[in-house]
Design a protein around this ligand. Structure first.
Ligand code: GLU
Length: 366
């Protein structure tokens, strides 16, 4: 759906843009673009659902249904957002991101690629639930080969809550997606005035609006009232650009969570279920009990691709420290948490990359 009511004439837009520039400060790349009299950036908003589109049931305490409000209606409710960019909005799905799946991911890629190939857009904003936002961001970064800013945004409070954070987050995401300075930085996540890179960002708190952090790298930048502040110059993000199969699903990769008193059962069950890959959410430096490690080694011998990650939440998993990866045929996830390691391993297996040393090389891409 295109938001024709938000569109205005070019000259009216320029005047409105100048007014917006004065409101948000001329230091902002968005306002600099407007002040120079150039056309506004074209930004495509793709709605997928999540709390940002959530509606509270007034009779049910803090309960709410996620994904009820369309992306178009979210935008229409934010004063001044139409001064930042020429906005069009489409709905890809209306789901809580706990239900995010390969089909929605494939649909997103198809639509984004078409918009970029047809030169329809200078930036893309994806509204998304926060629970699996980091997985979608990292998936897109691995399969999209573009400099166009792709920005994921969500909220921790539903749109009808007192102190809803969605409108400010969406406004900020629009500023980032429409700014030339955001080009070439890979897929970004914007919430709570902060810009994160897809490889490093994680949800770290169940309820706080300050939930997204990048523990091993720090944020990429900040959005404040006066400017976008990127902390580093844009460097080309060198991810392996992996091909998508013609249709979902991606190959099955299971995550196995390590814990005290663990035996081989979970690993053996995953192999029986037909997992093509297993990611270990290991203790500490990606370790597990002797029983589980032995079962993983047996799985690797049968051709299941094994990647060791950690349940800890930050830090690197290094090769051959406590576990003999070379001997057992494992790869390690380095800085990727288990959920992102799963995404990359699905894509690698789909691309026929299963040899442990080739898998390891792909995980090492920054
Ligand atoms: N579980 C829901 C989701 O991820 C709500 C969480 C959120 O969006 O913040 O879509």
């Amino acid at each position: 759906m295109t938001l024709h009511p938000l569109r205005s004439t070019r000259s009216a837009r320029t005047i409105l843009g100048l007014a917006a520039a004065l409101m948000i400060g001329l230091a902002s790349p968005v306002s600099a673009q407007q002040a120079s009299g150039t056309a506004l950036a074209n930004v495509l908003v793709l709605g997928t659902g999540g709390t940002i589109a959530g509606q509270a049931n007034a009779r049910a305490g803090n309960a709410y249904d996620s994904g009820k409000v369309s992306a178009a209606n979210l935008i229409a409710a934010i004063p001044g957002i139409d001064k930042l960019a020429e906005i069009s909005a489409e709905q890809i799905s209306s789901i809580g991101s706990q239900d995010m799946n390969d089909k929605v991911w494939f649909d997103l890629v198809k639509r984004i690629r078409a918009a970029i190939d047809n030169k329809e857009v200078d930036g893309v904003v994806i509204t998304h639930g926060t629970d699996t936002m980091e997985e979608t961001a990292f998936f897109l970064q691995n399969v999209l080969d573009t400099d166009v800013p792709i920005v994921l945004v969500g909220s921790m409070r539903p749109s009808t809550a007192i102190g809803a954070d969605g409108p400010a987050n969406l406004y900020d995401a629009m500023r980032v997606a429409s700014a030339p300075e955001s080009r070439g930085r890979g897929v970004l996540v914007v919430l709570n005035d902060t810009i994160h890179g897809a490889r490093w960002v994680q949800k770290t708190n169940t309820t706080s609006v300050q939930t997204f952090r990048s523990p091993d790298a720090g944020p990429v930048g900040y959005v404040d009232t006066g400017s976008l502040r990127f902390l580093q110059p844009a460097v080309a993000i060198k991810t392996a650009k992996l091909k998508l199969p013609d249709a979902p699903p991606l190959p099955r990769v299971d995550i196995i969570y390590s814990h005290a008193n663990m035996d081989a059962a979970e690993v053996e069950d995953a192999v029986k279920r037909g997992a093509k890959g297993i990611v270990l959410a290991g203790v500490g430096d990606g370790n597990s009990s002797k029983g589980a490690i032995d079962a993983l080694a047996a799985a690797a011998k049968q051709g299941v691709v094994v990647v060791r990650s950690t349940r800890v939440g930050s830090g690197y998993v290094n090769r051959n420290v406590e576990v003999e990866d070379d001997k057992l045929g494992f790869a390690v996830s380095l800085d990727l948490n288990p959920q992102k390691a799963r995404v990359l391993l699905e894509l690698l297996i789909a691309n026929g990359i299963t040899d442990p040393s080739a898998v390891q090389q792909a995980f090492a891409q920054p």
